[in-house]
Write a protein that binds this ligand. Sequence first.
Ligand code: IMP
Length: 427
Amino acid sequence: MSSICVVGTQWGDEGKGKIVDYLAEQADVVARYQGGANAGHTVVAKGKTFKLHLLPSGILYPGCTCIIGNDVVLDPVVLLEELAALKAEGLDASGLRISNRAHVVLPYHKLFDKLEERMKGNSKVGTTGRGIGPCYADAANRIGIRVVSWMDREAFAQELQTALAYKNRIITQVFGEQPLDFQTIYDEYCGYADQLRPYVCDTCALIHEELAADKKILFEGAQAAMLDLSHGTYPFVTSSHPTAGAVCVGLGLGPKQIGKVIGVVKAYATRVGEGPFPTEQLNAIGEQIRETAHEYGATTGRPRRCGWFDSCVVRYATMLNGLDCIALTRLDILDQFPEIQICTGYKYQGKLLNEFPASLKVLGEVEAVYETLPGWMAPTSDIKEYDQLPANCRRYVERIGELAGARVGIVSVGPERDRTIVREKMF
Ligand code: IMP
């Protein structure tokens, strides 16, 4: 079966967009199964940088069908902006398909995201402010509005009335803010619906047709294992499931229809938002990583917190996702470090932990145990064959695979498509 799932293994921003873009060249279909405009994929193609939030990375390949699945929360404002940016570059988005079962992000979701963060004060999650959590909460609370209703003016009017009456009571009585106006939202979002209607279909039926026709399908995850609502560093997580299991529910497939799972692993670690980060380097090393790698959020522009590679995190992600192999990204960022540290384990109260801690208190207090490897102090970006990488560099790669518990099948040494060393056939 020709289907591959690409997932993030750390706290997001591992370079999934680049790996998906690279694999998309061989794919017939790229399907996103969760998340929303909180994601930020930077893809470099034909010398141009594209920042994608909602569109699957395959959109840059003409002829590729790009699916926004049922468990993606769809922000029409962002999607229309992205479509306009593609059009301005002369790119065609006719392969886009939007699930009629996806939930729509509405203005009150973004407002609630901000108001709830403000109310949490020091306990805030540090969300992207894109309304993701409130939209998923409405879906679970059964007051969300799905694309299928939004496309039908009558159903949309009725559902928006009901939802807004409820939301406005909270906005005014709990938060003391001004209520939102029904007609303004209704008119604006009917306009967006008209523009996006041609792309809407039953994507579950579509994907099954493609599978039956033995098409090559890529399942594109957004965010990453540590941000998974069930398995991540709760509550500092996103409100969906970035792990591979979510492909099934998020697109309407059975578990046996996922052929291979590739975990994207960054050669060091970063995190945006709040929450514990055991290998964080609040020093010149963290600064060097951030500046060399331009580690600033693609969605919010926030500086990312930077640190050494943490094998406890990636080993945990290997387990959660059943990884077949690893795509190791941004290896070139470490070209100028004389020594590189790898976290091999966590110590808590003097004892080595065997499991990834569920308690944030424990995770916040663990001591990262490091192993030091010699750096390679040589540029790697122009290298095309694995064997040509400096010996110390290969040693680092191999050690990551060993500690993570999955072989390293792809090594990325730069943002461009051709700076990708592939060690085994993927499709
Ligand atoms: P939300 O997804 O906007 O609700 O944010 C929840 C947490 O997930 C915050 O810590 C965000 O910074 C983080 N987050 C959400 N999307 C991404 C992403 O694409 N990359 C990295 N972090 C993310």
